[in-house]
Design a protein around this ligand. Sequence first.
Ligand code: P1T
Length: 379
Amino acid sequence: MKLGTKLIHAGVSPDPSTGAIMTPIFQTSTYVQSAPGQHKGYEYARTQNPTRDALQSALAAIENGKYGISFGSGLAATDAIMKLLNPGDEVIASNDLYGGTYRIFTKVFERYGIKFQFIGMQEAENIRSYITPKTKLIWIETPTNPLLNIIDIAASAKIAQEHNILLCVDNTFASPYLQNPLDLGAHIVVHSATKYLGGHSDVVHGAVIVKDDALAQQLYFIQNSCGAVPGPQDCFLVLRGLKTLHVRMQRHCENGAAVAQFLRQHPKVDKVYWCGFEDHPNHHIAKQQMKSFGGMISFTLKDDSQEAAFKVLSGTHLFSLAESLGGVESLIGHPASMTHASIPREDRVANGLVDSLIRLSVGIEDVEDLIADLQKAIG
Ligand code: P1T
């Protein structure tokens, strides 16, 4: 079955009691048993919920995995994956990544004795020199947030497999419409479903997808034991969002391409970060592993003062100044003070995330209006 059909049908079937085509929101904390131990497969709602079950099955299907495990946020999903590790274990992570991911790694899990190395992975072979006998996990985002670097998933997976290390890919920026990391050899896919999967800026949600039975059992155990589960209404919203992911992503990609080209020819714009440009350092890898190039773009102005960047950030109307991404409406953000403020400035700047960087999540409005909005703000 192809992705568009899976997005609409996977995991859902008419409600047996009424025929309702939409999966009901099972807003309940518990389930009645007819005698101790005699129940319909549901005992307590932290452990199981039918709305969550439908979503988890759909998530597994659209990432070509076997198991989907849902969480209350993308970071709760990350938290669960990190709990697969033990004190003393080491993680190699890409040096450009969501600030909240950096924060949970360095401020929470380092305290529990896990060691992190943040490295450039544009050359996947670079990973090899950081592997030690204690390395248990390689963590990548691709495209990265916010600099849109591309990391070769298949090459990273090969290195991980050779050393018996888990490879986790945060697929939030690409979504399963653009790439399926499990098909390229990754062991774990994680999503902030708050973004493209939900797609309407109305829910916070996280997802983990795996193929391996034992890994899935460990993750379900952590989901239930630690309890960072999503509510049924949020599961319903993500399930509904999924149904249009392919249609939305197609437009995000078209609009992203047009906005990237517009910015690139603008005389006041300096660098434009978008993996669809032929001269993007890893464009050839993006072309291999992605179906198209997405709607996330970052850029700087030739006037690299904070004042000039702030003028653009507060000068758009259709692009709303806000954290987050992947919704139908366009957003503009300032990573240094917003989404990536938790990364120390010297580390940020060393990796290219300068104070004047502006990030766009290009929505699915009419692109002529979006370009006019940017034109007005940039001047
Ligand atoms: O916000 P939450 O659902 O907990 O997801 C965290 C997360 C994980 N991974 C990536 C790649 C992300 O971009 C995020 C959240 N990012 C933003 C809020 C942002 O504006 O970049």
